[in-house]
Design a binder for this molecule. Structure first.
Ligand SMILES: Nc1ncnc2c1ncn2[C@@H]1O[C@H](COP(=O)(O)OP(=O)(O)OP(=O)(O)O)[C@@H](O)[C@H]1O
Ligand SMILES: [Mg+2]
Length: 253
């Protein structure tokens, strides 16, 4: 099983949308996929049409070991989700008090090795949940919102992950732009993306700009992914390209 997390301490950059739609993209290609929502905001859970107040057992119970995968997961076809709930922030605090708390998710994932891919949606903070996700992952991807694309922003994340990389096999899968507007009149987001891309070299996923498109949020409001909600949209095309690139970038070596 390949474990991949989407990380950015900045909020609203497209982490959840990417986990949801890349997860759906992988499942459509026939892979067995499990998604884990470790964000107390529960946006990934909600984007699948799940009521976070009705979730009895969440990712926190799975990480802390009080519930098994079978007890927490919600599954359909080849896509399963370990949801978040409104009680996850309390469990995050319990987790923080545990010895070796950063390794809890990694240890639990050994029980679900039969999946092809595990994608983890992180909160917009470099706290206990994101640290657990990074320690559990083989690869991390960084979505950056095109308007705020900056090397400074990503430097902080790469500095943070470098320490974890010293203790694990965690690798940077790549950095991609979200809410990208190719016709931006002020050329602002284009220029920012171009200059940052130069500094990132091949870590920047040049063919995976996720264009700004209302279909992403409309699909979430409907509890669907972009492929089923708007199959001919730019969002479906962009997320298909991102899915393919992620398969490629996580397949070698
Ligand atoms: N390509 C896009 N075009 C238009 N809207 C988008 C796009 N991607 C994401 N959005 C919308 O932007 C908002 C933030 O996206 P998302 O929730 O994926 O970001 P996030 O990084 O997970 O945020 P947080 O850090 O709060 O968890 C959502 O309302 C989402 O529907
Ligand atoms: Mg999110």
């Amino acid at each position: 099983m390949k474990v991949i997390c989407f990380v950015n301490n900045k909020g609203g950059v497209g982490k959840t949308s990417s986990v949801q739609n890349v997860g759906a993209g992988l499942a459509r290609k026939g892979f067995k996929v499990v998604l884990i929502d470790v964000d107390p905001q529960s946006n990934l859970t909600i984007s699948f049409g799940i009521d976070k107040y009705a979730v009895e057992h969440d990712a926190g119970d799975f990480m802390l070991g009080s519930k098994t995968f079978e007890e927490v997961a919600m599954s359909s076809d080849n896509l399963s989700i370990i949801p978040a709930s409104d009680k996850l922030d309390k469990k995050e605090r319990v987790l923080q008090g545990e010895n070796m708390y950063h390794t809890f998710l990694r240890r639990k994932l050994r029980a679900i090795e039969s999946f092809d891919y595990c994608l983890i949606d992180c909160p917009p903070a470099l706290g206990a949940m994101t640290v657990n996700a990074l320690y559990a992952s083989d690869y991390f991807f960084v979505p950056l919102q095109a308007e705020f694309f900056s090397y400074e922003g990503i430097r902080k994340i790469l500095h943070f992950t470098a320490e974890i990389q010293q203790e694990t096999d965690l690798r940077l899968g790549g950095v991609f732009a979200t809410r990208f507007n190719p016709r931006e009149r002020r050329k602002l987001s284009r220029d920012l993306v171009d200059s940052t891309a130069q500094q990132l070299g091949d870590r920047y996923m040049a063919n995976c700009n996720i264009r700004v498109n209302i279909a992403v949020s409309e699909a979430q409001a409907a509890g669907e992914d972009v492929f089923s909600y708007a199959p001919t949209s730019n969002s479906a095309k962009d997320y298909e390209a991102l899915t393919d690139e992620i398969i490629q970038r996580t397949t070698h070596g």
